[in-house]
Design a protein around this ligand. Structure first.
Ligand code: HEC
Ligand code: HEC
Length: 498
């Protein structure tokens, strides 16, 4: 506990001055200035605005057209500003918000149609991306109040009122949706680039094994390792088949999926297209087709392909988190000790301090995007962003070889975290409920609470729930002295976005 010292109230000082100096005329002038300023401040704020709209307007005032992008006529900064505007906009009916429950539930009364414009469980569950992603600022993580019930959109109009009509009288909340906390996009462009390079490495290993198996006429087993992370092994057969059953921590297609806490999304783009539809009922042209009014709300091309690109580039270019540098020598020493212990007890096996990135140039779209998300679409080079230049952060270190060490504290691999973190009833994309992508730790102190469901408000609580593959490092943490545990906590307190 720190000492709280009694402070003399500040109003004492002028009184003291009055008695202890003979420069009364100076004090009189100072008092006059103070009185003058307080009179001025009573004049009130200026409420004037240039013009007031006489009709209701959509929240997205400026769209980007696909032609704008194809011809490169918009400056990168303009495109980013459009992306930021979309991320922060409170979507309304004129933007096409709401996913027309009338289509899903045709026999609704007018009242229930109105009610179903918003549904906190099955969506649409928010008005803006910013509504959830706001810690410590736009693009960041979210408070538990913004948790999402992942997959609950498959049960439109869930209300649990036990009355007839919604068809879900027998379900509980956990039967229909997996509750997850909002995570941040700070530094996410770099994460996507790392995963893409890893996928390319793994595919190259697979191709090499196939080639060798044909050449040698016998099965070839190779380790599937990229950037020092082992994803198990694969065996290629001379007939061209590949056995991926020994691949671990990613799917058998050898694509590293660094987004969502389950690790099931390839790119910011793939995730964003889902978010737009599920949270806001905004159907992007790229997912639902050009000039198609998929939700029958009278609005077509609710977001153009170019708008989506703007929204992605805005998120990808959000600055990377950083590590606060302590001023006092004693704090510095403690942080260094915590850093050393973090590795020594095995935390760094999964929370790998850095992964090495070959190229920091972010461009859209990701070639490994699944169908429904653009994967080969021409975007001019002016919209390629050098993320290392843009993000001046001590979490990005350039090496002599010209590569970049990205200190995100993750291996981008899924791990079995044991029974205490296996709370979800609905399996997502065939991933075991106890398996989670190693959480990126950078920035975490600016985005509490912790873990996939936000059930840890303290770092110690998050560590206590580490079982499964993380059990041995948790036990080692438990066996540290109080001073050593506090060094690890001090070290983790330097992981900030702001
Ligand atoms: C109701 C709250 C909520 C709203 C609104 C919301 N998100 Fe999210 N977002 C989340 C949650 C929760 C997650 C984590 C999901 C998971 O782990 O499965 C997430 C994850 C993401 C991710 C993946 C980040 C990562 O590192 O894995 C992206 C990208 C994203 N959101 C973009 C958006 C965009 C763009 C919008 C607006 C169109 C949006 N979100 C609106 C709650 C929200
Ligand atoms: C086997 C891999 C593994 C090991 C070892 C491991 N972690 Fe984790 N860690 C994870 C995963 C996966 C998550 C996300 C779990 C979830 O959200 O349910 C996580 C989450 C966390 C979080 C929460 C971060 C946030 O923003 O939500 C903290 C803090 C943390 N780990 C610290 C540690 C410390 C300290 C150690 C060493 C004692 C450690 N971890 C060892 C895999 C690991």
């Amino acid at each position: 506990m720190q000492d709280i010292k009694f402070k003399r109230p500040t109003w004492i000082y002028p009184v003291g001055l009055f008695f202890y100096t003979n420069k009364l005329h100076l004090i009189a002038v100072a008092l006059l200035i103070i009185i003058g300023l307080s009179i001025l401040s009573c004049a009130g704020p200026d409420y004037k605005i240039e013009s007031i709209s006489s009709s209701e307007q959509p929240a997205i005032i400026k769209h980007a057209s696909n032609e704008d992008i194809a011809t490169g006529s918009l400056k990168l900064e303009e495109l980013l500003a459009i992306g930021e505007q979309i991320f922060n906009a409170s979507f309304n009916t004129l933007d096409g918000a709401g996913n027309s429950k009338t289509r899903l539930l045709p026999n609704q009364s007018e009242l229930s149609q109105i009610n179903s414009r918003f549904n906190r469980i099955s969506g649409p569950d928010a008005n803006s991306c910013l509504g959830c992603h706001n810690l410590p600022s736009s693009g960041g993580g979210g408070d538990n109040v913004a948790n999402v019930f992942v997959l609950a959109h498959e049960f439109p109009n869930a209300n649990f009122d036990q009355g007839a009509g919604d068809k879900y009288e027998k379900n509980r909340l956990s039967d229909i949706g997996n509750e997850r906390g909002t995570i941040s996009m700070f530094g996410s462009g770099l994460i996507e680039l790392l995963a893409k390079e890893m996928t390319i490495d793994l595919h190259n290993i697979r191709d090499k094994a196939k080639e060798q198996a044909v050449l040698e006429g016998s099965p070839i087993t190779l380790q599937a390792t990229s950037k020092g992370i082992s994803f198990g092994s694969l065996t290629a057969w001379p007939d061209g088949l590949v056995d991926n059953s020994k691949i671990e921590g990613i799917d058998e297609d050898l694509v590293v999926r660094p987004f969502s806490q389950k690790g099931v999304y390839v790119s910011i783009r793939e995730f964003t297209l889902d978010s737009l539809n599920l949270h806001h009922g905004i159907q992007a042209e790229e997912r639902f087709g050009s000039d198609v009014d998929a939700d029958l709300d009278g609005v077509h091309n609710e977001l153009t392909i170019a708008d989506t690109t703007a929204l992605i580039l805005f998120q990808a270019s959000l600055r990377a988190p950083h590590f606060a540098e302590p001023e006092s020598e004693s704090d510095k020493a403690k942080v260094m000790e915590g850093d050393r212990l973090f590795s020594e007890i095995g935390c760094a096996v999964c929370h790998k301090p850095y992964l090495e990135l070959n190229s920091p140039i972010f461009s859209e779209p990701n070639p490994f995007n699944p169908s429904g998300t653009l994967s080969d679409y021409y975007i001019p080079e002016v919209y390629s962003i050098d993320l290392a230049k843009l993000s001046k952060s001590n979490a990005i270190k350039k090496t002599d070889a010209g590569t970049f060490q990205i200190y995100a504290y993750t291996d981008l691999k899924r791990h079995d975290m044991g029974p205490l973190l296996s709370n979800e009833k609905r399996e997502q994309r065939f991933v075991d409920p106890s398996h989670w992508l190693t959480k990126k730790l950078w920035g975490m102190m600016s985005e509490p609470p912790f873990l996939h469901h936000g059930r840890a408000t303290l770092l110690g609580e998050a560590i206590d729930m580490h079982l499964g593959e993380a059990n041995s490092s948790r036990l080692k943490y438990d066996n540290l002295s109080e001073h050593e545990q506090s060094a690890i906590i001090t070290f983790m307190h330097t992981f900030r976005t702001e």
